[in-house]
Design a binder for this molecule. Structure first.
Ligand code: AMP
Length: 115
Protein backbone atom coordinates (compact mmCIF):
# COMPACT_ATOMS: atom_id res chain seq x y z
CA UNK A 1 0.00 0.00 0.00
CA UNK A 2 1.26 3.48 -0.84
CA UNK A 3 -0.05 6.96 -0.12
CA UNK A 4 0.23 9.26 -3.17
CA UNK A 5 0.60 12.30 -0.91
CA UNK A 6 3.35 10.82 1.24
CA UNK A 7 6.91 12.12 0.74
CA UNK A 8 8.57 8.85 1.74
CA UNK A 9 6.25 6.81 -0.52
CA UNK A 10 7.50 9.08 -3.32
CA UNK A 11 11.09 8.25 -2.34
CA UNK A 12 10.16 4.53 -2.48
CA UNK A 13 8.69 5.00 -5.98
CA UNK A 14 11.76 7.10 -6.99
CA UNK A 15 9.54 10.09 -7.80
CA UNK A 16 11.58 12.03 -5.21
CA UNK A 17 15.35 11.51 -5.25
CA UNK A 18 17.23 10.38 -2.15
CA UNK A 19 20.71 9.17 -1.32
CA UNK A 20 19.95 5.47 -0.98
CA UNK A 21 21.99 3.38 1.43
CA UNK A 22 20.14 0.08 1.24
CA UNK A 23 17.30 -1.26 -0.91
CA UNK A 24 15.58 -4.51 0.12
CA UNK A 25 12.29 -6.14 -0.89
CA UNK A 26 10.37 -4.57 1.97
CA UNK A 27 12.70 -1.89 3.37
CA UNK A 28 14.55 1.17 2.08
CA UNK A 29 17.27 3.23 3.78
CA UNK A 30 18.46 6.68 2.72
CA UNK A 31 20.46 9.56 4.19
CA UNK A 32 18.55 12.24 6.06
CA UNK A 33 18.54 15.50 4.12
CA UNK A 34 19.23 17.43 7.35
CA UNK A 35 21.71 15.20 9.20
CA UNK A 36 21.99 15.52 12.97
CA UNK A 37 25.07 13.28 13.22
CA UNK A 38 27.83 12.07 10.89
CA UNK A 39 25.66 8.99 10.31
CA UNK A 40 22.00 9.90 9.98
CA UNK A 41 20.08 7.39 7.92
CA UNK A 42 16.33 6.85 7.75
CA UNK A 43 15.13 3.25 7.53
CA UNK A 44 11.55 2.85 6.31
CA UNK A 45 9.13 0.13 5.26
CA UNK A 46 8.28 0.34 1.56
CA UNK A 47 4.62 -0.07 2.41
CA UNK A 48 2.93 2.98 3.87
CA UNK A 49 2.62 2.72 7.65
CA UNK A 50 1.99 6.05 9.39
CA UNK A 51 4.17 5.44 12.45
CA UNK A 52 5.35 2.73 14.81
CA UNK A 53 2.01 3.08 16.55
CA UNK A 54 0.23 2.03 13.35
CA UNK A 55 2.12 -1.24 12.89
CA UNK A 56 -0.52 -3.98 12.86
CA UNK A 57 -0.48 -6.80 15.42
CA UNK A 58 0.84 -9.15 12.74
CA UNK A 59 3.65 -6.75 11.79
CA UNK A 60 6.42 -8.73 13.45
CA UNK A 61 8.14 -9.62 10.18
CA UNK A 62 8.13 -5.99 9.11
CA UNK A 63 9.70 -4.89 12.40
CA UNK A 64 12.33 -7.62 12.12
CA UNK A 65 13.21 -6.42 8.61
CA UNK A 66 13.50 -2.82 9.81
CA UNK A 67 15.78 -3.74 12.72
CA UNK A 68 17.94 -5.96 10.52
CA UNK A 69 18.28 -3.09 8.04
CA UNK A 70 19.25 -0.66 10.82
CA UNK A 71 21.95 -3.04 12.02
CA UNK A 72 23.24 -3.46 8.47
CA UNK A 73 23.32 0.31 7.92
CA UNK A 74 25.23 0.75 11.19
CA UNK A 75 27.78 -1.89 10.18
CA UNK A 76 28.26 -0.45 6.70
CA UNK A 77 28.62 3.10 8.05
CA UNK A 78 31.17 1.97 10.63
CA UNK A 79 29.08 2.82 13.71
CA UNK A 80 28.12 -0.69 14.85
CA UNK A 81 28.26 -0.90 18.64
CA UNK A 82 27.70 2.83 19.14
CA UNK A 83 24.58 4.17 17.52
CA UNK A 84 21.09 5.29 18.45
CA UNK A 85 17.74 4.35 16.93
CA UNK A 86 14.98 6.94 17.22
CA UNK A 87 11.43 6.94 15.99
CA UNK A 88 9.11 9.84 16.70
CA UNK A 89 5.41 9.13 17.06
CA UNK A 90 3.09 12.09 16.56
CA UNK A 91 3.70 15.83 16.26
CA UNK A 92 4.16 16.20 20.01
CA UNK A 93 7.16 13.89 19.85
CA UNK A 94 8.59 15.58 16.77
CA UNK A 95 7.25 13.39 13.94
CA UNK A 96 7.12 15.53 10.79
CA UNK A 97 6.69 12.83 8.10
CA UNK A 98 3.79 10.45 8.61
CA UNK A 99 5.51 7.35 7.24
CA UNK A 100 7.22 5.10 9.78
CA UNK A 101 10.97 5.73 9.86
CA UNK A 102 13.77 4.76 12.18
CA UNK A 103 16.55 7.32 12.49
CA UNK A 104 19.96 5.60 12.65
CA UNK A 105 22.24 8.14 14.36
CA UNK A 106 25.92 7.62 15.02
CA UNK A 107 29.45 8.88 14.61
CA UNK A 108 29.40 11.30 17.53
CA UNK A 109 28.79 11.19 21.26
CA UNK A 110 25.15 11.02 22.37
CA UNK A 111 23.58 12.66 25.39
CA UNK A 112 20.69 11.50 27.54
CA UNK A 113 17.88 12.40 27.89
CA UNK A 114 17.22 13.34 24.26
CA UNK A 115 15.65 16.75 23.74
P1 AMP B 1 10.71 13.07 11.86
O1 AMP B 1 10.77 14.52 12.19
O2 AMP B 1 11.06 12.14 12.97
O3 AMP B 1 9.36 12.73 11.21
O4 AMP B 1 11.82 12.82 10.77
C1 AMP B 1 11.68 13.17 9.43
C2 AMP B 1 13.04 13.32 8.87
O5 AMP B 1 12.94 13.32 7.48
C3 AMP B 1 13.76 14.62 9.26
O6 AMP B 1 14.96 14.30 9.97
C4 AMP B 1 14.03 15.29 7.93
O7 AMP B 1 15.27 15.94 7.89
C5 AMP B 1 13.97 14.13 6.96
N1 AMP B 1 13.61 14.45 5.60
C6 AMP B 1 12.61 15.27 5.18
N2 AMP B 1 12.56 15.28 3.84
C7 AMP B 1 13.55 14.44 3.40
C8 AMP B 1 14.01 14.05 2.12
N3 AMP B 1 13.43 14.48 0.97
N4 AMP B 1 15.06 13.19 2.04
C9 AMP B 1 15.66 12.74 3.17
N5 AMP B 1 15.27 13.08 4.41
C10 AMP B 1 14.22 13.92 4.54
Amino acid sequence: MTDPDCLFCKIVSKDVPAQLVLDRDDVLAFRDVNPQAPTHVLVIPKQHVASLEAVPDDGGQLLASLVAACNEVAREDGVAGAYRLVTNIGRGAGQSVDHLHLHVLGGRGMTWPPG
